[in-house]
Design a protein around this ligand. Structure first.
Ligand code: DHB
Length: 309
């Protein structure tokens, strides 16, 4: 099913940042398999990230505290350029940026990507795994941040935010009130939710960084993601800000849930990480099947049509 994010046409199902996009080769695999994918959150300099083990599979999801390991800006721009050279406009690429200081890195990253061939730029205001605070949680700083980074840096590429889980309508209202004041074209909800898993055999956490706390992804977080998206859909009515859903999607039925909740598009994360890029076409096809068996042939006939009891 085709959709539009910030006015740009893409497939409904694409990929989340940080899943199967660590190396140049993996990014090229994504480009050959998907019509819309997201690059790993880019830092200015290359980074090693947190100590291992920093990723573990759980019964119905994953826990990770990678700590933003990254190839850095120069290598990421090279990858983006080579993908665009090969696939042109057939593939829509969302760059993701995660600078460490407002004044320098993020402005440099934003300026660099605004000058690139990226189709979208997503600012990760929700990474849970570094020693920096999560700017998405600090609404006063976020307002200033958006003015400095989104409104001030010149360029025509639509900019959006990857949001943390908030868990309350009042926070969603505050967030939407803030983004409406700035040049934000889309939001992606949600990032992984901080959590802990315990291996009782070893009486231990399962990842090393941060005393075992990491971002939980996969099926665990889908109901939370759906609730956030439904709230954002209602609050964003009458604006042209697009809503991208993310959190535990592994089938066309899951994508259909996010469509009913009001999402303009969805992204697959943990499931892609476990099964590789071919799942994106499968989920896109499965979603088309879900829509066609209900006699819908466009996204708009279903988007936000969730019934309540
Ligand atoms: C990492 C985790 C995230 O949830 C994210 O959005 C970006 C980076 C990480 O640990 O590397």
């Amino acid at each position: 099913m085709k959709t539009k994010i910030a006015g740009i046409e893409t497939d409904y199902v694409g990929t989340a940042s940080g899943c199967h996009d660590t190396t140049d080769e993996q990014c090229h695999e994504l480009a050959s398999a998907c019509n819309f994918f997201t690059l790993k959150s880019c830092t200015l300099e290359p980074r090693i990230g947190n100590v291992e083990p920093r990723y573990a599979m759980l019964p119905i999801g994953t826990i990770q505290s990678m700590g933003l390991p990254d190839r850095g800006l120069v290598a990421t721009l090279d990858t983006l350029e080579s993908i665009k050279e090969k696939y042109g406009d057939k593939v829509k690429v969302k760059a993701s940026i995660a600078g460490f200081s407002l004044k320098e890195n993020i402005e440099l990253l934003m300026a660099a990507f605004q000058d690139s061939q990226a189709d979208f730029i997503e600012i990760n205001v929700s990474c849970p795994n570094t020693d920096k605070s999560i700017i998405g949680h600090d609404f006063n700083s976020l307002d200033e941040f958006l003015w400095r980074v989104v409104d001030t840096v010149e360029g025509d590429i639509p900019v959006g935010l990857k949001l943390p889980f908030y868990g309350s309508l009042i926070s969603h209202e505050r967030l939407v009130a803030i983004i409406k004041r700035h040049d934000v074209s889309f939001i992606t909800a949600i990032n992984s939710i901080p959590g802990l898993w315990i291996d009782t055999w070893n009486e231990s956490a399962v990842i090393a960084p941060n005393n075992g706390t990491g971002g939980i992804g996969g099926s665990y977080i889908m109901p939370f993601a759906l609730n956030e998206c439904r709230n954002y859909y209602n609050l964003l009515k009458g604006t042209d800000i697009s809503l991208i859903g993310c959190g535990g999607i592994s089938s066309g039925v899951d994508a259909y849930r996010f469509l009913l909740a009001g999402c303009d598009a969805v992204e697959v994360g943990s499931y892609l990480e476990q099964h590789g890029p071919s799942v994106i076409t499968e989920i896109n096809n499965d979603l088309s099947f879900q829509c066609k068996t209900r006699c819908y042939d466009s996204i708009d006939q279903i988007k936000g049509k969730l019934k309540t009891l």
